[in-house]
Design a binder for this molecule. Structure first.
Ligand SMILES: C[S@@+](CC[C@H](N)C(=O)[O-])C[C@H]1O[C@@H](n2cnc3c(N)ncnc32)[C@H](O)[C@@H]1O
Length: 97
């Protein structure tokens, strides 16, 4: 994901169209067919917003601003969606960076 966002074995998902992900999607919501059609995935690497530094911070400029409550919700709902919908069962791996 970090070295080659266009790698054919990788589906890069982000809510911001400006970063040119494979699929623009809010991962708190059920995944669209453009993601589920390629499931199950052996490895899901989740690199969510990490901390609230304020709307004027360098972090917010680079990645967008999220309150601490929003970050907790993004992590919880994305993990639930990924585990229940697209991760390979019995041998899946979910990494959070
Ligand atoms: C720490 S950055 C990591 C970005 C990317 N992995 C990278 O290394 O460049 C967190 C990313 O989560 C994305 N994000 C925040 N909320 C999201 C959501 N609800 N659904 C999908 N992506 C989200 C942000 O747009 C941002 O690009």
């Amino acid at each position: 994901m970090w070295l080659d966002k266009n790698h054919p074995d990788c589906v890069y998902v982000d809510v911001r169209p400006e970063v040119n992900p494979t699929v623009v999607h809010d991962t708190r919501l059920p995944f669209p067919a453009s993601i589920t059609d390629r499931a199950p995935y052996d490895l899901i690497n989740f690199d969510p917003p990490h901390m609230c530094c304020g709307p004027e911070s360098d972090m917010a400029t680079r990645y967008g601003h999220h309150t601490s409550e929003e970050i907790r919700q993004i992590v919880r709902l994305t993990a639930e969606n990924a585990h229940s919908r697209i991760a390979r069962q019995y041998g899946d791996e979910f990494q959070m960076e």
